[in-house]
Design a protein around this ligand. Structure first.
Ligand SMILES: [Zn+2]
Length: 317
């Protein structure tokens, strides 16, 4: 009986979509909240290896999504935001040793102006032989705080230097601080990237939006096993789709691809609560004041989750 139950339980929990992870600094104890220690990194790499996870390139995942293929449940994609020296000094060898592909998202100004702690062009070129280099803005700004014009300038300036210095046209983009809204996303998309990855906890399934791929952070204290269990919830967000007027969230209207009766709702500053679905839909009246400039609304059904990031579009609308 125990075995039957156990295999039933494992059967459920081992099924998951692909997962994209993001790292920042490695073996750099000065910044614990954005750092991954080398022993932790090794533990994670060993966990992937011994538990049958296949670390694939972002290219391979995006191609599978574009081709409409089923996404294998044990694919893992590794990304690194910011071109910190600590990657090159402390972690690069380990990535090479495990033959794990990776995508490193470059903050151009830091390398261009030789900020301490950041990689130089020569080191980036060396890295490009083993992983892909991608775009992470010119000046690493809070993009929702910028006018359309300034935002476009940042992309133009950054991409021009990227292509000139590295002789590569980047295919993917990540938002500085993971901050975006519909306006910023539209401008980012207009620069012709093949995909955009966000920084919202979740997984990637066949129906994921190529320009809004969820990505989990593996920095500071994390629970890798928990993150690997997450699945993508196919959800259509009718409301909210943007930061609400007067900061008050009044309606939650979401359609889901699941026949569940119960689920969870998380709103930043309010924690989790149980919610009821009716005919694959939730339509709730709320009166929640959003107290932060950056808020997450998350819907969950079992291990499946869908996140809506609501960032105040400061000054510009
Ligand atoms: Zn960054």
């Amino acid at each position: 009986m125990k075995i039957v139950l156990l295999s039933f339980f494992l059967g459920l929990t081992l099924w998951a979509d692909a997962h994209i992870f993001v790292y920042h600094r490695f073996g750099d104890s000065r910044y614990p909240s954005t750092n991954t220690t080398i022993s932790e990194l090794k533990k994670e790499f060993d966990y992937f290896k011994t538990n049958g996870y296949k670390v694939v390139s972002l290219n391979r995942l995006v191609k599978a999504l574009k081709d409409g293929k089923t996404i294998p449940d044990k694919w893992v994609v590794l990304t690194i935001d910011d071109n910190f020296r600590s990657f090159y000094d402390n972690a690069f060898e380990l990535f090479k040793k495990y033959h794990y592909p990776f995508s490193l998202f470059v903050y151009i100004e830091a390398t261009q102006k030789r900020y301490p702690d950041y990689l130089n062009w020569k080191q980036l070129k060396k890295i490009a032989k083993y992983g892909s280099l991608e775009f992470h803005s010119y000046a690493h700004p809070h993009m929702t705080h910028m006018s359309n014009e300034d935002l476009k300038k940042d992309f133009q300036q950054g991409l021009e230097i990227f292509e000139k210095k590295l002789n590569i046209k980047p295919k993917y983009f990540t938002y500085p601080y993971g901050e975006y809204n519909n306006r910023v996303k539209k401008i980012a998309k207009s620069f012709g990237f093949d995909a955009i990855v966000n920084q919202n906890m979740g997984a990637v399934g066949t129906k994921s939006d190529l320009f809004d791929l969820d990505r989990c952070a593996l920095v500071g204290k994390t629970n890798l096993k928990y993150l690997l269990k997450l699945k993508h919830l196919n959800a259509t967000w009718i409301k909210p789709t943007s930061f609400p007027k007067n900061s008050i969230l009044t309606t939650l209207h979401v359609k889901v691809d699941e026949n569940a009766k119960k689920g969870g709702l998380y709103i930043s500053g309010n924690g989790w609560r149980e919610i009821d679905f009716k005919n694959k839909e939730i339509n709730l009246k709320l009166n929640k004041k959003l107290t932060n400039g950056r808020n997450r609304v998350i819907i969950s059904i079992g291990d499946k989750i869908s996140t809506k990031l609501l960032i105040k579009d400061t000054k510009w609308n």
